[in-house]
Write a protein that binds this ligand. Structure first.
Ligand code: AMP
Length: 359
């Protein structure tokens, strides 16, 4: 378990805003960063030592990443397993590991894993055929939610089924791909927990965030969320079980449904830094980005206590044009991703409104 020294090189697969903020945190600790992203001039590439412009399965690019980098991580979960193997063969350590990727890439594997480590989820049914879907609807009732097993994000790849007669339309809408049918979670609110595990197995957990979405996309996170001790304890227990169960190294984001009366369900796991953890940049001494870099590079984990109360708001599309007005507010910190153009709904930046912590 070597601790990589400043001057070592961190590779990141993915050059978006998460890669950019990881790169900035890594630079602060004295590391060089190389980005792999098929798009030239990526947000992360522009703040890093270099970018390799190639697809994520390009053998030559992966060989170079494996040789040039001491450690490699990723900013998105749909990294091909073969790419990770190829990078590793070049000599770099890759974190999080293959188990985390396999579980997070497939909603059925994910729910099966979660239940296996004692983290409760909604009831679900595996759907490989239209007949399976009918059986699932009989078992779970309606409304229920049909999701593709792979490659869904921000509410994409999922359709609500309000009555059994809507089964065929839903199945067709998702292209007849392998799916999972989920019972509806009767949640009061959505929470998330950001946590990390180091190479030495140490676990560090941030306070919970409360999240509001619109159109499947995160709008705001309020953190630390106001929760009773039961919820806090349950969320911490879930985070530990997930991290240890996956022999995880790095930061994970875990989305939760709060059902009230101390009951939580896990919605999904993101094996990476997470949009609902952006509040830590201005609410904690060691934010999720530095924490992830620390874990991957074999450093001890940093502190996770909140020193401020933060309301994080995403700037989507042309909302980023508010930067001038926002820059005049003394309680607001602005984080812009250097992206253009500001297409509707595109994540262009976020703001953290910081207030004294309420005890
Ligand atoms: P996901 O892509 O799984 O994160 O789902 C996107 C959003 O859909 C979540 O943030 C919830 O608001 C909602 N959602 C997902 N699964 C369920 C469920 N089983 N019951 C109720 N709402 C859900």
């Amino acid at each position: 378990m070597t601790r990589l020294a400043p001057g070592s090189t961190l590779g990141i697969l993915g050059g978006g805003q998460l890669g950019r903020m990881l790169s900035q945190a890594a630079n602060r600790l004295g590391f060089d960063v190389v980005i792999l992203d098929p798009e030239e001039n990526s947000p992360a590439g522009r703040v890093s030592r270099g970018q390799i412009v190639a697809p994520y399965d390009d053998p030559n690019a992966l060989d170079v990443m494996g040789k040039v980098c001491d450690a490699v991580t990723f900013e998105f979960e749909n990294v091909p397993a073969a790419s990770v193997d190829r990078i590793r063969a070049g000599g770099a350590r890759v974190a999080p590991g293959p188990m985390a990727l396999a579980v997070a890439q497939d909603r059925l594997e994910e729910k099966t894993f979660l239940n296996g480590v004692g983290a409760t989820t909604v009831a679900f049914h595996a759907v490989a055929t239209l007949e399976d879907l009918h059986r699932g609807l009989e078992k779970l009732g309606t409304p229920s939610l049909l999701k593709t097993r792979r490659e869904g994000y921000d509410g994409k790849g999922q359709v609500w089924i309000k009555a059994a007669k809507g089964a065929t339309a839903a199945w067709d809408a998702l292209g007849g791909r392998p799916c999972i049918l989920e019972a509806r979670a009767p949640f009061l609110r959505e929470l998330s927990i950001i946590a990390a595990r180091g190479r030495d197995g140490a676990v560090a957990v941030y306070p919970l965030g409360e999240n509001r979405h619109a159109g499947g996309v995160l709008r705001t996170t309020l953190a630390p969320a106001v929760v009773d001790a039961r919820i806090d304890k349950a969320a911490r227990r879930i985070a530990k079980a997930v991290l240890n169960g996956l022999e995880y190294v790095g930061v994970v984001g875990i989305e939760l449904f709060d059902l009230g009366e101390g009951r939580l369900l896990v919605n999904e796991i993101a094996p990476r830094v997470h949009n609902t953890g952006h509040w830590t940049q201005d609410g904690c001494a060691c934010d999720q980005f530095e924490q992830h870099v620390r874990a991957v590079m074999g450093w001890p984990l940093g502190p996770t206590a909140a020193h401020a109360s933060v309301e994080m708001t995403n700037l989507l599309g042309d909302e980023v044009d508010r930067w001038a007005a926002l820059s005049g507010k003394s309680d607001v910190r602005i984080h812009l991703y250097g992206k253009a153009p500001a297409r509707p709904g595109r994540k262009m930046g976020h703001v953290n409104r910081v207030r004294p912590l309420q005890h």
